[in-house]
Write a protein that binds this ligand. Structure first.
Ligand code: ATP
Ligand code: MG
Length: 661
């Protein structure tokens, strides 16, 4: 099993004397160390799979990791093995033990949109920027384990005080709804473990060895959870690369790499230096770029995969021209080299950049898969259906109640809901519970009350069945009973309605299959749905399609040929990051992009872009000038000064080479 590893990788796999950090550059086999170590622990060290937990960054990565580990184990059962994200580990812990914190096991999980709605209600504004500001502030507090009270105490001005008060009200609201947000999925287990030692003991004896991938992107809260679970003995392997830390904006802290050294004085560090992914040229370009960042750790990276082709840098007139050129170049390459579509990835900084590429790919009838974009689960029709499921799982989930009771409408109007809301506030109860209160009929009026009762009884009945019958049966009955198809066709244009109904059918099929595979009922599945991360590709590996992905979502992955597009100042680095002095994180993001490529890499940028109705001139990214210029091949009509300089240098070099001959 270990014969497919180099010496330091083998050392990392076999090292079990204490905490271990594998610190190494991109493509050096860090993730491979983790999969092999899982198999090694089970196969060679007699660990029961149930005592091992590997933590990855996305559900997709988790899936891949368990498949690889299973392969290495050659069919030896790995039942009970935990391969998961920090968030779903947190969810599992809370599902079992949240009662200690006053939560029921069927708490709801609110996504960013639900959370934004609550904040909007609290601060009484619809200004998205303002809401996002407060939301980020609260998230940072949570990730640093700062409670609302502490936040209030520490606040130094009116603005901070206002945010801290909002934080307090926000927490109260979540609690009233028996809901948690994504940050809570990690924060609450930490709170639980520090207040109830027996529960921590129980989890420690269950999870005896931890493996953490992409360690550089853990935040303070995740680090605490890791510390609690591994205790002072530190039975864990963390692997990471400080040059690929790209989640600072979400509270991740590269300093955790240093903290690990301070907190675990027995920490053993293994460095990997051979890159098995990319050609020499790709690596040279990546290394020259990242050399412009202040260094945290000294790292070397080399490859024996050959020099490879030069990196293409392509200038385009505008976005459409860029998309056209990229797709044409890809097609030409594909025909020449007889590759598959799946060998190509188009990577970009922000989701909005995908649209023109999608359009172009569709024009050329090229299959593609989009990931890291706005999720399937964010579509209004899917959110409608999920609202019912959430309500089945937790009838105190007021936002789900409101959505379900109005989609489709059931003779319960805004006024009735407002009255119910006021009454429920007086009674300190959820909307659902309040409907059953003695005074409800008086408050709402008889007709409205009966409409409401009918809805609540319906939910009650279905709830009873949901625990006993299969997910497939429940969801079909639910859709029939609420007349969702007819509702879509009544309220939308036929084509729009049809497309939405198809989405719902896809969702039903997915849910039924998942229910069957995992042996879970619909209530258990509902919490899992909430964790299907926007970073997750609904991606099937065997599909021969071009991959379209954000840089963030491409972390950890590799593709034979990569097109990194929109490499312009203002996009990469992002304007906001330039203004806030966060260019180093953007440089790491570009580094992540470059190092996804195995053999081919093309960077492209536009000379102008449309912003709303206006054209805006664009400058090529400052990062292009930082790349090892000898490894670039510049093309395109309008090139910018740095590129022209590089072009000049390349032409000179070519001339010299010719003269030598
Ligand atoms: P990243 O920093 O991007 O997450 P990584 O360090 O996790 O990269 P892996 O994804 O584990 O790197 O490995 C990169 C590629 O190199 C994979 O295709 C992997 O299978 C291959 N690889 C790693 N180690 C070896 C080895 N010893 N022999 C052959 N191939 C290897
Ligand atoms: Mg990796």
């Amino acid at each position: 099993m270990l014969s497919h590893l180099n010496a330091p990788q083998r050392e990392a796999v076999k090292y079990l004397d204490g905490p271990l950090l594998v610190l190494a550059g991109a493509g050096s086999g860090k993730t491979r160390v983790i999969t092999h170590k899982i198999a090694y622990l089970i196969e060679e060290c007699g660990f029961s799979p149930a005592h091992i937990a590997a933590i990855t960054f996305t559900n997709k990565a988790a899936r891949e990791m368990s498949e690889r580990a299973a392969k290495l184990l050659q069919g030896k059962p790995s039942r009970g093995l935990t391969v998961t994200t920090f968030h779903s580990l947190g969810m599992q812990i809370l599902r079992k033990d949240a009662a200690h914190l006053g939560y029921k096991p069927r708490f709801s999980i609110f996504d960013a949109a639900d959370a934004a709605q609550i904040i909007s209600d609290i601060i009484k504004t619809t200004d998205k920027g303002e809401i996002r500001g407060v939301q980020q502030r609260i998230s940072l507090w949570k990730n640093s384990l700062i409670s609302p009270d502490l936040a209030l105490n520490q606040s130094e001005n009116d603005l901070e005080q206002h945010a801290a008060k909002t934080y307090l009200a926000y927490q109260d609201t979540l609690r009233a709804y028996q809901a948690v947000d994504f940050d809570d999925l990690i924060r609450l287990p930490v709170e639980l473990f520090s207040t109830v030692p027996e529960v921590l003991e129980k989890w420690r004896s269950k999870l005896r060895y931890l493996l953490i991938d992409e360690y550089q992107d853990t935040n303070g809260c995740q680090y605490q959870l890791l510390r609690q679970l591994t205790g002072s003995g530190g039975a864990f392997t963390a692997v990471g690369d400080d040059d690929q830390a790209i989640y600072g904006w979400r509270g991740a802290d590269i300093k955790n790499l240093h903290t690990l050294r301070e907190d675990y004085d027995r920490l053993h560090v293994v460095k990997l230096e051979q890159n098995y992914r990319s050609t020499i040229r790709i690596l040279r370009v990546a290394n020259s770029l990242i050399a412009n960042n202040t260094k945290l750790f000294e790292k070397k990276l080399w490859s024996d995969l050959g020099l490879g082709d030069p990196i293409n840098v392509m200038a385009a007139k505008d976005e459409e021209h860029e998309a056209e050129s990229v797709v044409m170049r890809m097609l030409a390459h594909k025909f020449e080299h007889r590759t598959r579509f799946a060998d190509y990835a188009i990577l970009y900084r922000g989701n909005h950049q995908a649209r023109v590429f999608e359009q172009q790919l569709r024009n050329e009838r090229i299959p593609y898969q989009l990931s890291g974009g706005s999720s399937f689960f964010d579509k209004p029709e899917i959110k409608d259906v999920i609202a019912y499921l959430r309500l089945l799982a937790n009838s105190d989930d007021d936002p789900a109640f409101i959505r379900a009771v109005t989609a489709p409408k059931k003779g319960i109007g805004t006024q009735t809901l407002e009255k119910l809301g006021n009454y429920s506030a007086q009674r300190h109860q959820s909307l659902f519970a309040t409907a059953f209160e003695a005074g409800a009929e008086n408050q709402l009026g008889t007709r409205q009350y009966h409409a409401l009762m009918e809805f609540c009884q319906f939910i009650n009945n279905l709830q009873f069945r949901a625990e006993r019958e299969s997910a497939a049966v429940i969801i079909e009955d639910l859709l029939k009973a609420i007349g969702y198809e007819a509702h879509l066709f009544d309220s939308e244009e036929p084509r729009a309605a049809e497309s939405k109904w198809n989405n719902v059918r896809d969702f039903v099929a997915w849910l039924s299959k998942k229910g069957e595979e995992d042996g879970k009922n619909i209530i258990e599945l509902t919490q899992t749905i909430a964790l299907i991360n926007i970073l997750d590709n609904r991606d099937s590996q065997d599909l021969d399609a071009v991959r379209l992905s954000t840089l963030h979502a491409a972390k950890g992955l590799e593709y034979p040929h990569v097109f990194l597009v929109g490499v312009e100042d203002g996009i990469l680095p992002h304007r906001e990051c330039i203004d806030n002095g966060l260019v180093e994180e953007e440089r790491r993001l570009m580094y992540v992009g470059i190092t996804r490529a195995q053999r081919g890499l093309t960077l492209s940028y536009c000379s102008k872009r449309k912003r709303g109705r206006e054209w805006q001139a664009c400058e090529p990214s400052r990062f292009i000038a930082e790349l090892a210029q000898d490894d670039l091949r510049i093309s395109g009509r309008e090139s910018a000064p740095e590129v022209r300089k590089a072009e000049g240098a390349a032409a000179m070099a070519a001339m010299k080479a010719m003269l030598k001959k």
